[in-house]
Ligand binder design. Structure first.
Ligand SMILES: NC(=O)c1ccc[n+]([C@@H]2O[C@H](COP(=O)([O-])OP(=O)(O)OC[C@H]3O[C@@H](n4cnc5c(N)ncnc54)[C@H](O)[C@@H]3O)[C@@H](O)[C@H]2O)c1
Length: 277
């Protein structure tokens, strides 16, 4: 067993991050994004933050877009990028944010868990606006610059839920499936301009979004958090652990590299085998 593997139903707390993973500094040699401007949405924490750190380590000038001003400033204070405090559900602002970007990482997202008959309609609309329409508007803003330079990268943070459904996540699953379609259309239109567009499809990642779901379900069912993780969230995942945000960021930075120039219109699972089941 390596540090990345946990036996099914392992007792104890949520497994810790894998040990011995190389530092960001050790990973920078093979991806050089010097001279590229990258916009990362939802950059203040979680996967977006890890992507921002990784892209900055690869030499990109990173624009950090998020609602969470203090979170952004904390990153900017570390020299990671330029903060852009923005509500991406304001679609005109989202399009403006995309202007001038060579790399777009569409990452900002939220989750609501409820059966369809109880799902608040205004929440359904917001989730589609933030997770489908905002990526469309960001990319709409960015493409003219990318086409002019003959190079661009669009990376869409989709999910296994862009490929598979789960009950009680109607808005999220609908949004991620929509994002998958949008990503493929951009891949087709962008190809002749040196612009690629791909989806990254993580399983459950160790972020606030998932930790909230674990806590909510544990409360709702009166069971310990470990049990929710093993028996609900990871029930369909052969590898019984959460993914670390940095592992997702590694795939994102690869998609932005020169080596990935022929990877286009793809949906790349980083899900411990969930979508193979
Ligand atoms: N965590 C997972 O298990 C997981 C799995 C698959 C896919 N994803 C996807 O990855 C992306 C990031 O998820 P995460 O787990 O890092 O979430 P997170 O909740 O940790 O971070 C999301 C970020 O988006 C920002 N945000 C939310 N609404 C916004 C708005 N209206 N305008 C601007 N910023 C806004 C938040 O402030 C936050 O910083 C999401 O699209 C999510 O669907 C997450």
């Amino acid at each position: 067993m390596t540090t990345h593997e946990y036996p099914p139903g392992a007792p104890g707390r949520i497994p810790p991050p894998p040990a011995a993973s190389p530092s960001v500094a050790q990973r920078t040699a093979w991806v050089d994004l010097t001279g590229r401007t990258a916009l990362v949405t939802g950059a203040a924490r979680g996967i977006g933050r890890a992507c921002a750190l990784r892209l900055a380590a690869a030499g990109a000038d990173v624009r950090l877009a998020d609602l969470d001003g203090p979170g952004l400033r904390a990153l900017a204070d570390q020299g990671v990028g330029e903060p852009l405090e923005i509500d991406l559900s304001d679609l005109d602002a989202a399009e403006e944010a995309g202007r001038g970007a060579d790399i777009v990482v569409n990452n900002a997202g939220v989750q609501t868990v409820a059966p369809v008959q109880d799902f608040p309609p205004e929440r359904f609309s917001l989730i589609l606006r933030l997770m489908v329409e905002a990526p469309f508007r960001v990319v709409r803003g960015a493409l003219p610059h990318m086409y002019e330079r003959g190079w661009g990268r669009v990376v869409n943070l989709s999910s296994v839920h862009g490929l598979r459904a789960s009950p009680f996540k109607s808005a999220y699953v609908t949004a991620k499936h929509g994002l998958e379609g949008f990503s493929k259309v951009v891949a087709l239109e962008g190809a002749e301009h040196g612009v690629t567009s791909n989806c990254v499809n993580p399983g459950y990642v160790r972020t606030a979004l998932v930790e909230r779901q674990i806590a909510d379900q544990a409360r709702a069912h009166g069971v310990p958090e470990d049990e929710v993780l093993a028996e609900v969230l990871l029930a369909r995942t052969p590898m019984k652990r959460l993914i670390e945000p940095e592992e997702v960021a590694e795939l994102v930075v690869y998609l932005c590299s020169a080596d990935a120039s022929f990877v286009n219109g793809a949906s790349l699972a980083v899900d411990g085998g969930w979508s193979a089941s």
